[in-house]
Design a protein around this ligand. Sequence first.
Ligand SMILES: Cc1cc2nc3c(=O)[nH]c(=O)nc-3n(C[C@H](O)[C@H](O)[C@H](O)COP(=O)(O)OP(=O)(O)OC[C@H]3O[C@@H](n4cnc5c(N)ncnc54)[C@H](O)[C@@H]3O)c2cc1C
Length: 405
Amino acid sequence: MDFEHSAKAQDYIKRAAAFIAEEVEPIEEAYHRELQAQPDRWVVLPIIEELKAKARAAGLWNLFRPVAHGGELTNVEYAPIAELTGRSLIAPEIFNCNAPDTGNMEVLLKYGTPEQQEQWLTPLLAGEIRSAFGMTEPGVASSDAANMAATAVLDGDTVLINGRKWWTTGIGHPNCKVIIFMGLTFPDSDNRHGKHTMVLVPTDAPGVKIERMLTTMGYADEPYGHGEVSFDNVRVPASNILVGPGRAFEIAQGRLGPGRIHHCMRLIGLAEKALELGIKRATSRSAFGKPLINLGGNRERVADARIAINQARLLVLNAAWLLDTKGPFGALSAVSEIKVVAPRMALSVIDLAIQLHGGAGMSDDFPLAAAWVGARTLRLADGPDEVHQGVVARLELAKYKEKNA
Ligand SMILES: Cc1cc2nc3c(=O)[nH]c(=O)nc-3n(C[C@H](O)[C@H](O)[C@H](O)COP(=O)(O)OP(=O)(O)OC[C@H]3O[C@@H](n4cnc5c(N)ncnc54)[C@H](O)[C@@H]3O)c2cc1C
Protein backbone atom coordinates (compact mmCIF):
# COMPACT_ATOMS: atom_id res chain seq x y z
CA MET A 1 0.00 0.00 0.00
CA ASP A 2 1.39 3.36 -1.08
CA PHE A 3 0.33 6.34 1.03
CA GLU A 4 2.16 8.86 -1.16
CA HIS A 5 0.16 11.12 -3.45
CA SER A 6 1.04 10.79 -7.14
CA ALA A 7 3.50 13.32 -8.59
CA LYS A 8 0.61 14.93 -10.48
CA ALA A 9 -1.47 15.26 -7.31
CA GLN A 10 1.50 16.69 -5.40
CA ASP A 11 1.93 19.37 -8.05
CA TYR A 12 -1.77 20.31 -7.83
CA ILE A 13 -1.68 20.25 -4.01
CA LYS A 14 1.28 22.64 -3.98
CA ARG A 15 -0.35 25.05 -6.40
CA ALA A 16 -3.82 24.88 -4.82
CA ALA A 17 -2.38 25.39 -1.32
CA ALA A 18 -0.38 28.42 -2.47
CA PHE A 19 -3.40 29.91 -4.27
CA ILE A 20 -5.67 29.50 -1.24
CA ALA A 21 -3.05 30.83 1.18
CA GLU A 22 -2.07 33.81 -0.98
CA GLU A 23 -5.26 34.76 -2.82
CA VAL A 24 -8.27 33.43 -0.94
CA GLU A 25 -7.69 33.29 2.82
CA PRO A 26 -6.31 36.86 3.09
CA ILE A 27 -9.45 38.39 1.53
CA GLU A 28 -12.07 36.08 3.00
CA GLU A 29 -12.93 38.05 6.12
CA ALA A 30 -13.25 41.31 4.16
CA TYR A 31 -15.32 39.49 1.51
CA HIS A 32 -17.88 38.32 4.08
CA ARG A 33 -17.99 41.76 5.71
CA GLU A 34 -18.56 43.43 2.35
CA LEU A 35 -21.27 40.95 1.37
CA GLN A 36 -23.11 41.44 4.68
CA ALA A 37 -22.98 45.22 4.13
CA GLN A 38 -24.74 45.00 0.74
CA PRO A 39 -28.37 46.18 0.62
CA ASP A 40 -29.00 43.04 -1.49
CA ARG A 41 -26.77 40.12 -0.45
CA TRP A 42 -27.85 37.86 -3.31
CA VAL A 43 -25.14 39.22 -5.54
CA VAL A 44 -21.74 38.12 -6.83
CA LEU A 45 -19.05 40.53 -5.64
CA PRO A 46 -16.45 41.40 -8.31
CA ILE A 47 -13.63 39.80 -6.26
CA ILE A 48 -15.22 36.38 -6.79
CA GLU A 49 -15.19 36.71 -10.58
CA GLU A 50 -11.62 38.07 -10.44
CA LEU A 51 -10.41 35.12 -8.39
CA LYS A 52 -12.33 32.64 -10.57
CA ALA A 53 -10.52 34.01 -13.62
CA LYS A 54 -7.16 33.75 -11.83
CA ALA A 55 -7.83 30.18 -10.68
CA ARG A 56 -8.87 29.20 -14.17
CA ALA A 57 -5.73 30.74 -15.67
CA ALA A 58 -3.66 28.86 -13.07
CA GLY A 59 -5.22 25.54 -14.14
CA LEU A 60 -7.04 25.15 -10.80
CA TRP A 61 -10.45 24.79 -12.41
CA ASN A 62 -13.04 21.98 -12.54
CA LEU A 63 -10.61 19.64 -10.76
CA PHE A 64 -13.58 17.57 -9.54
CA ARG A 65 -14.25 16.45 -13.12
CA PRO A 66 -13.96 12.66 -13.24
CA VAL A 67 -11.18 11.14 -15.35
CA ALA A 68 -13.79 9.04 -17.20
CA HIS A 69 -15.41 12.31 -18.34
CA GLY A 70 -12.44 14.30 -19.50
CA GLY A 71 -11.03 15.27 -16.09
CA GLU A 72 -7.43 15.36 -14.88
CA LEU A 73 -7.58 13.80 -11.42
CA THR A 74 -8.82 10.57 -9.87
CA ASN A 75 -10.92 10.84 -6.71
CA VAL A 76 -7.83 9.93 -4.66
CA GLU A 77 -5.89 12.72 -6.35
CA TYR A 78 -8.74 15.21 -6.02
CA ALA A 79 -9.28 14.47 -2.28
CA PRO A 80 -6.40 16.64 -0.98
CA ILE A 81 -7.42 19.51 -3.29
CA ALA A 82 -11.03 19.40 -2.11
CA GLU A 83 -9.68 19.23 1.46
CA LEU A 84 -7.76 22.45 0.87
CA THR A 85 -10.81 24.20 -0.59
CA GLY A 86 -12.80 23.11 2.49
CA ARG A 87 -10.67 25.50 4.58
CA SER A 88 -12.62 28.37 3.05
CA LEU A 89 -16.29 29.03 2.37
CA ILE A 90 -15.51 30.64 -0.99
CA ALA A 91 -12.59 28.60 -2.36
CA PRO A 92 -14.81 25.80 -3.76
CA GLU A 93 -16.65 28.30 -5.97
CA ILE A 94 -13.41 30.00 -7.00
CA PHE A 95 -12.14 26.62 -8.29
CA ASN A 96 -15.58 25.89 -9.85
CA CYS A 97 -15.80 22.90 -7.51
CA ASN A 98 -18.72 23.89 -5.26
CA ALA A 99 -21.87 22.03 -4.28
CA PRO A 100 -24.42 21.59 -5.71
CA ASP A 101 -22.92 22.46 -9.10
CA THR A 102 -20.29 19.69 -9.15
CA GLY A 103 -22.95 17.01 -8.55
CA ASN A 104 -25.15 18.56 -11.23
CA MET A 105 -22.27 18.83 -13.69
CA GLU A 106 -21.48 15.17 -13.08
CA VAL A 107 -25.10 14.30 -13.89
CA LEU A 108 -24.89 16.21 -17.15
CA LEU A 109 -21.48 14.71 -17.98
CA LYS A 110 -22.73 11.19 -17.34
CA TYR A 111 -26.35 11.36 -18.46
CA GLY A 112 -26.88 14.52 -20.53
CA THR A 113 -27.65 14.42 -24.26
CA PRO A 114 -25.31 16.48 -26.48
CA GLU A 115 -28.02 19.19 -26.67
CA GLN A 116 -28.52 19.23 -22.87
CA GLN A 117 -24.76 19.39 -22.41
CA GLU A 118 -24.39 22.26 -24.82
CA GLN A 119 -27.18 24.24 -23.19
CA TRP A 120 -26.32 23.66 -19.53
CA LEU A 121 -23.03 21.84 -19.02
CA THR A 122 -20.85 24.10 -21.14
CA PRO A 123 -21.78 27.29 -19.23
CA LEU A 124 -21.60 25.44 -15.90
CA LEU A 125 -18.09 24.20 -16.63
CA ALA A 126 -17.17 27.76 -17.60
CA GLY A 127 -18.55 29.04 -14.27
CA GLU A 128 -20.94 31.35 -16.14
CA ILE A 129 -24.13 29.93 -14.66
CA ARG A 130 -25.09 28.09 -11.46
CA SER A 131 -27.58 25.26 -10.87
CA ALA A 132 -29.74 23.66 -8.20
CA PHE A 133 -31.00 20.18 -7.33
CA GLY A 134 -34.68 19.92 -6.40
CA MET A 135 -35.53 16.67 -4.71
CA THR A 136 -36.54 17.34 -1.09
CA GLU A 137 -40.14 18.40 -0.42
CA PRO A 138 -41.72 20.05 2.61
CA GLY A 139 -44.77 17.76 2.45
CA VAL A 140 -43.10 14.34 2.64
CA ALA A 141 -40.28 12.63 4.56
CA SER A 142 -37.65 13.09 1.89
CA SER A 143 -34.97 10.85 3.36
CA ASP A 144 -36.94 8.23 1.40
CA ALA A 145 -36.59 9.53 -2.17
CA ALA A 146 -39.44 7.24 -3.28
CA ASN A 147 -41.80 9.48 -1.29
CA MET A 148 -41.42 12.48 -3.63
CA ALA A 149 -44.92 13.69 -4.54
CA ALA A 150 -44.33 16.68 -6.86
CA THR A 151 -45.29 15.56 -10.35
CA ALA A 152 -43.58 15.43 -13.74
CA VAL A 153 -46.36 14.28 -16.09
CA LEU A 154 -45.68 13.40 -19.73
CA ASP A 155 -48.00 15.36 -22.02
CA GLY A 156 -47.25 14.89 -25.72
CA ASP A 157 -43.81 16.28 -26.40
CA THR A 158 -43.81 18.26 -23.13
CA VAL A 159 -43.58 17.56 -19.40
CA LEU A 160 -46.00 19.25 -17.01
CA ILE A 161 -44.52 19.97 -13.59
CA ASN A 162 -46.38 20.71 -10.36
CA GLY A 163 -45.49 20.69 -6.69
CA ARG A 164 -43.22 22.21 -4.10
CA LYS A 165 -39.58 21.64 -3.20
CA TRP A 166 -37.49 23.02 -0.38
CA TRP A 167 -33.89 23.12 0.74
CA THR A 168 -33.09 23.75 -2.91
CA THR A 169 -29.50 24.87 -2.44
CA GLY A 170 -28.14 27.51 -4.81
CA ILE A 171 -31.52 28.77 -5.99
CA GLY A 172 -30.82 32.22 -4.53
CA HIS A 173 -27.74 32.78 -6.67
CA PRO A 174 -28.34 35.46 -9.33
CA ASN A 175 -26.76 33.17 -11.95
CA CYS A 176 -28.77 30.06 -11.03
CA LYS A 177 -30.36 29.16 -14.35
CA VAL A 178 -31.42 25.52 -14.09
CA ILE A 179 -32.87 23.07 -11.56
CA ILE A 180 -32.54 19.31 -11.82
CA PHE A 181 -36.07 18.52 -10.69
CA MET A 182 -37.21 15.10 -9.47
CA GLY A 183 -40.92 14.43 -10.01
CA LEU A 184 -43.44 11.60 -9.87
CA THR A 185 -44.37 10.29 -13.33
CA PHE A 186 -45.69 6.74 -12.84
CA PRO A 187 -47.52 6.72 -9.46
CA ASP A 188 -49.09 3.33 -10.14
CA SER A 189 -45.92 1.50 -11.12
CA ASP A 190 -45.11 -1.62 -9.05
CA ASN A 191 -41.43 -0.66 -9.13
CA ARG A 192 -40.92 1.88 -6.32
CA HIS A 193 -37.66 2.91 -7.96
CA GLY A 194 -39.22 3.37 -11.39
CA LYS A 195 -41.84 6.01 -10.65
CA HIS A 196 -39.81 9.19 -10.78
CA THR A 197 -38.22 11.27 -13.52
CA MET A 198 -35.50 13.90 -13.50
CA VAL A 199 -36.12 16.94 -15.65
CA LEU A 200 -34.04 20.03 -16.41
CA VAL A 201 -36.20 23.02 -15.48
CA PRO A 202 -34.98 26.53 -16.36
CA THR A 203 -35.37 28.82 -13.35
CA ASP A 204 -37.08 31.42 -15.56
CA ALA A 205 -39.74 28.99 -16.85
CA PRO A 206 -43.25 30.41 -16.26
CA GLY A 207 -44.70 28.91 -13.05
CA VAL A 208 -41.36 28.54 -11.17
CA LYS A 209 -41.46 30.71 -8.05
CA ILE A 210 -39.10 31.07 -5.09
CA GLU A 211 -41.57 31.26 -2.20
CA ARG A 212 -38.92 32.07 0.41
CA MET A 213 -35.30 31.60 1.29
CA LEU A 214 -34.59 29.42 4.34
CA THR A 215 -31.89 29.92 6.95
CA THR A 216 -29.80 27.33 8.76
CA MET A 217 -29.59 28.40 12.42
CA GLY A 218 -29.72 32.00 11.25
CA TYR A 219 -27.28 31.69 8.33
CA ALA A 220 -28.73 32.44 4.91
CA ASP A 221 -25.60 31.26 3.02
CA GLU A 222 -25.85 34.09 0.51
CA PRO A 223 -25.51 34.34 -2.40
CA TYR A 224 -26.32 30.62 -2.88
CA GLY A 225 -28.87 30.01 -0.13
CA HIS A 226 -31.54 27.36 0.23
CA GLY A 227 -34.99 28.05 -1.15
CA GLU A 228 -38.55 26.80 -0.99
CA VAL A 229 -39.69 26.70 -4.60
CA SER A 230 -43.16 26.17 -6.04
CA PHE A 231 -43.85 24.76 -9.50
CA ASP A 232 -47.27 25.69 -10.84
CA ASN A 233 -48.14 24.12 -14.21
CA VAL A 234 -44.56 24.52 -15.43
CA ARG A 235 -44.24 23.13 -18.94
CA VAL A 236 -40.88 22.16 -20.47
CA PRO A 237 -40.04 20.15 -23.60
CA ALA A 238 -39.79 16.37 -23.13
CA SER A 239 -36.23 16.67 -24.43
CA ASN A 240 -35.39 18.19 -21.00
CA ILE A 241 -35.85 14.74 -19.40
CA LEU A 242 -32.61 13.19 -18.19
CA VAL A 243 -32.02 9.61 -19.43
CA GLY A 244 -35.72 8.73 -19.67
CA PRO A 245 -39.05 8.80 -17.84
CA GLY A 246 -39.02 6.81 -14.58
CA ARG A 247 -35.22 6.66 -14.38
CA ALA A 248 -34.55 9.23 -11.64
CA PHE A 249 -33.17 6.68 -9.18
CA GLU A 250 -30.46 5.58 -11.55
CA ILE A 251 -29.32 9.20 -11.78
CA ALA A 252 -29.65 9.89 -8.05
CA GLN A 253 -27.33 6.97 -7.29
CA GLY A 254 -24.79 8.21 -9.81
CA ARG A 255 -25.02 11.81 -8.56
CA LEU A 256 -24.85 11.37 -4.87
CA GLY A 257 -21.83 9.02 -4.61
CA PRO A 258 -19.17 11.48 -5.77
CA GLY A 259 -21.09 14.54 -4.48
CA ARG A 260 -21.19 13.06 -0.98
CA ILE A 261 -17.54 12.23 -0.89
CA HIS A 262 -16.62 15.78 -1.99
CA HIS A 263 -18.49 17.15 1.04
CA CYS A 264 -16.50 14.79 3.26
CA MET A 265 -13.18 15.79 1.70
CA ARG A 266 -14.00 19.46 2.33
CA LEU A 267 -15.03 18.69 5.93
CA ILE A 268 -11.52 17.36 6.61
CA GLY A 269 -10.13 20.73 5.48
CA LEU A 270 -12.69 22.60 7.55
CA ALA A 271 -11.69 20.62 10.64
CA GLU A 272 -7.99 21.28 9.93
CA LYS A 273 -8.69 25.00 9.72
CA ALA A 274 -10.71 24.96 12.96
CA LEU A 275 -7.98 23.08 14.82
CA GLU A 276 -5.38 25.50 13.53
CA LEU A 277 -7.44 28.50 14.71
CA GLY A 278 -8.08 26.86 18.08
CA ILE A 279 -4.40 26.16 18.70
CA LYS A 280 -3.36 29.66 17.60
CA ARG A 281 -5.85 31.21 20.00
CA ALA A 282 -5.03 28.92 22.92
CA THR A 283 -1.29 29.43 22.56
CA SER A 284 -1.62 33.22 22.32
CA ARG A 285 -3.73 33.88 25.47
CA SER A 286 -3.07 33.01 29.09
CA ALA A 287 -5.20 32.45 32.18
CA PHE A 288 -4.29 31.34 35.67
CA GLY A 289 -0.66 32.00 34.83
CA LYS A 290 -0.43 29.65 31.87
CA PRO A 291 -1.21 29.63 28.15
CA LEU A 292 -4.77 28.34 27.70
CA ILE A 293 -3.45 25.34 25.79
CA ASN A 294 -1.66 24.08 28.93
CA LEU A 295 -4.73 24.29 31.15
CA GLY A 296 -6.94 21.38 32.12
CA GLY A 297 -7.06 18.64 29.48
CA ASN A 298 -6.58 20.94 26.50
CA ARG A 299 -3.45 19.27 25.16
CA GLU A 300 -5.18 15.86 25.25
CA ARG A 301 -8.21 17.36 23.48
CA VAL A 302 -5.94 18.70 20.75
CA ALA A 303 -4.37 15.24 20.41
CA ASP A 304 -7.81 13.63 20.17
CA ALA A 305 -8.76 16.15 17.45
CA ARG A 306 -5.62 15.33 15.46
CA ILE A 307 -6.33 11.59 15.79
CA ALA A 308 -9.97 12.06 14.71
CA ILE A 309 -9.03 14.15 11.65
CA ASN A 310 -6.39 11.65 10.55
CA GLN A 311 -8.78 8.72 10.99
CA ALA A 312 -11.46 10.45 8.93
CA ARG A 313 -8.97 11.42 6.22
CA LEU A 314 -7.84 7.82 5.79
CA LEU A 315 -11.45 6.69 5.57
CA VAL A 316 -12.18 9.36 2.94
CA LEU A 317 -9.15 8.32 0.90
CA ASN A 318 -10.19 4.69 1.13
CA ALA A 319 -13.69 5.58 -0.12
CA ALA A 320 -12.14 7.66 -2.93
CA TRP A 321 -9.90 4.74 -3.91
CA LEU A 322 -12.88 2.37 -3.96
CA LEU A 323 -14.82 4.84 -6.14
CA ASP A 324 -11.85 5.01 -8.53
CA THR A 325 -11.25 1.27 -8.68
CA LYS A 326 -14.65 -0.35 -8.08
CA GLY A 327 -17.16 2.37 -9.03
CA PRO A 328 -20.11 3.79 -7.04
CA PHE A 329 -21.52 0.36 -6.16
CA GLY A 330 -18.18 -1.02 -4.99
CA ALA A 331 -17.80 2.09 -2.83
CA LEU A 332 -21.37 2.09 -1.49
CA SER A 333 -20.60 1.17 2.11
CA ALA A 334 -17.39 3.22 2.23
CA VAL A 335 -19.13 6.39 0.99
CA SER A 336 -21.96 5.97 3.50
CA GLU A 337 -19.45 5.26 6.29
CA ILE A 338 -17.55 8.46 5.60
CA LYS A 339 -20.77 10.45 5.18
CA VAL A 340 -21.53 9.52 8.82
CA VAL A 341 -17.99 9.94 10.15
CA ALA A 342 -16.83 13.20 8.54
CA PRO A 343 -19.56 15.62 9.74
CA ARG A 344 -19.46 14.17 13.28
CA MET A 345 -15.68 14.47 13.39
CA ALA A 346 -15.76 18.03 12.03
CA LEU A 347 -18.46 19.02 14.55
CA SER A 348 -16.36 17.76 17.47
CA VAL A 349 -13.18 19.51 16.26
CA ILE A 350 -14.98 22.79 15.53
CA ASP A 351 -16.65 22.57 18.94
CA LEU A 352 -13.22 22.27 20.57
CA ALA A 353 -11.97 25.28 18.58
CA ILE A 354 -15.02 27.31 19.68
CA GLN A 355 -14.39 26.34 23.29
CA LEU A 356 -10.72 27.34 23.08
CA HIS A 357 -11.82 30.74 21.73
CA GLY A 358 -14.19 31.36 24.64
CA GLY A 359 -17.03 33.77 23.82
CA ALA A 360 -15.25 34.93 20.68
CA GLY A 361 -15.82 31.49 19.17
CA MET A 362 -19.56 32.09 19.07
CA SER A 363 -19.25 35.45 17.33
CA ASP A 364 -18.95 36.14 13.63
CA ASP A 365 -15.50 37.66 14.26
CA PHE A 366 -14.26 34.09 13.68
CA PRO A 367 -15.54 31.63 11.08
CA LEU A 368 -16.15 28.89 13.67
CA ALA A 369 -19.86 29.33 14.38
CA ALA A 370 -20.62 29.33 10.64
CA ALA A 371 -18.33 26.31 10.20
CA TRP A 372 -20.18 24.41 12.93
CA VAL A 373 -23.56 25.12 11.33
CA GLY A 374 -22.21 24.09 7.91
CA ALA A 375 -20.92 20.79 9.31
CA ARG A 376 -24.17 20.21 11.21
CA THR A 377 -26.26 20.53 8.04
CA LEU A 378 -24.19 17.75 6.51
CA ARG A 379 -25.60 15.27 9.01
CA LEU A 380 -28.83 15.85 7.03
CA ALA A 381 -28.05 17.07 3.50
CA ASP A 382 -27.39 14.29 0.98
CA GLY A 383 -29.17 11.90 3.32
CA PRO A 384 -29.37 11.85 7.14
CA ASP A 385 -26.90 9.77 9.15
CA GLU A 386 -29.48 7.09 9.82
CA VAL A 387 -30.09 6.43 6.11
CA HIS A 388 -26.34 5.95 5.60
CA GLN A 389 -26.09 3.75 8.68
CA GLY A 390 -28.93 1.74 7.13
CA VAL A 391 -26.86 1.23 3.96
CA VAL A 392 -23.80 0.13 5.96
CA ALA A 393 -25.91 -2.25 8.07
CA ARG A 394 -27.70 -3.71 5.03
CA LEU A 395 -24.40 -4.49 3.30
CA GLU A 396 -22.90 -5.86 6.49
CA LEU A 397 -25.85 -8.15 7.19
CA ALA A 398 -25.99 -9.32 3.56
CA LYS A 399 -22.68 -11.11 4.16
CA TYR A 400 -24.38 -13.27 6.78
CA LYS A 401 -27.34 -14.02 4.56
CA GLU A 402 -24.92 -15.31 1.92
CA LYS A 403 -23.22 -17.51 4.52
CA ASN A 404 -26.54 -18.95 5.70
CA ALA A 405 -28.01 -19.45 2.20
C1 LIG B 1 -28.57 23.04 4.41
C2 LIG B 1 -29.29 21.97 3.64
C3 LIG B 1 -29.12 21.90 2.26
C4 LIG B 1 -29.83 20.96 1.51
N1 LIG B 1 -29.72 20.97 0.14
C5 LIG B 1 -30.54 20.19 -0.59
C6 LIG B 1 -30.60 20.32 -2.02
O1 LIG B 1 -29.85 21.11 -2.62
N2 LIG B 1 -31.51 19.60 -2.71
C7 LIG B 1 -32.35 18.72 -2.09
O2 LIG B 1 -33.15 18.09 -2.78
N3 LIG B 1 -32.32 18.57 -0.74
C8 LIG B 1 -31.46 19.28 0.02
N4 LIG B 1 -31.45 19.18 1.40
C9 LIG B 1 -32.41 18.31 2.04
C10 LIG B 1 -31.86 17.07 2.69
O3 LIG B 1 -31.33 16.18 1.74
C11 LIG B 1 -33.02 16.44 3.50
O4 LIG B 1 -33.27 17.33 4.59
C12 LIG B 1 -32.73 15.05 3.99
O5 LIG B 1 -32.67 14.15 2.91
C13 LIG B 1 -33.78 14.55 4.99
O6 LIG B 1 -35.08 14.68 4.46
P1 LIG B 1 -36.19 15.41 5.36
O7 LIG B 1 -35.67 16.74 5.75
O8 LIG B 1 -37.49 15.36 4.67
O9 LIG B 1 -36.25 14.56 6.71
P2 LIG B 1 -37.19 13.32 7.02
O10 LIG B 1 -37.22 12.39 5.87
O11 LIG B 1 -38.48 13.83 7.52
O12 LIG B 1 -36.38 12.61 8.17
C14 LIG B 1 -36.28 13.19 9.49
C15 LIG B 1 -35.41 12.32 10.35
O13 LIG B 1 -35.93 11.01 10.42
C16 LIG B 1 -34.89 10.11 10.71
N5 LIG B 1 -34.85 9.04 9.72
C17 LIG B 1 -35.08 9.11 8.39
N6 LIG B 1 -34.85 7.91 7.80
C18 LIG B 1 -34.47 7.07 8.80
C19 LIG B 1 -34.09 5.70 8.83
N7 LIG B 1 -34.08 4.95 7.73
N8 LIG B 1 -33.77 5.16 10.04
C20 LIG B 1 -33.78 5.91 11.18
N9 LIG B 1 -34.15 7.21 11.19
C21 LIG B 1 -34.48 7.78 10.03
C22 LIG B 1 -33.58 10.90 10.63
O14 LIG B 1 -33.14 11.26 11.92
C23 LIG B 1 -34.00 12.12 9.83
O15 LIG B 1 -33.14 13.22 10.06
C24 LIG B 1 -30.70 20.05 2.17
C25 LIG B 1 -30.83 20.11 3.56
C26 LIG B 1 -30.16 21.05 4.31
C27 LIG B 1 -30.37 21.11 5.79
